[in-house]
Design a protein around this ligand. Structure first.
Ligand SMILES: [Zn+2]
Ligand SMILES: [Zn+2]
Length: 86
């Protein structure tokens, strides 16, 4: 499945792999910051960003199978409300 992140990076032709990685990180960071539906996976071993489906549940399932809360970025805590965790 192609997401917007990979589509946006395709026009970039950078030969040096290190530079390319740097570009990739800059672009994805920017995209995630600008897109309120994107969240970085909070799992320490995971570098995926996951897009929430607007209007759907707050549950985010990352590709790494980690589940977390879209609102507070904690482990998925249904049926506990986000503010109860504080
Ligand atoms: Zn993940
Ligand atoms: Zn929450």
């Amino acid at each position: 499945m192609k997401d917007r992140v990979s589509q946006l990076c395709e026009p970039l032709i950078v030969e040096n792999p290190c530079v390319r990685l740097r570009y990739w990180q800059l672009i994805t960071n920017k995209l995630v910051q600008c897109n309120e539906l994107l969240r970085w996976c909070p799992s320490p071993n995971c570098s995926y960003a996951t897009k929430a489906i607007y209007g759907e549940t707050r549950l985010i399932r990352c590709k790494c199978v980690y589940k977390f809360c879209f609102i507070c970025n904690n482990d998925w805590h249904d049926p506990v409300k986000c503010h109860w965790l504080k």
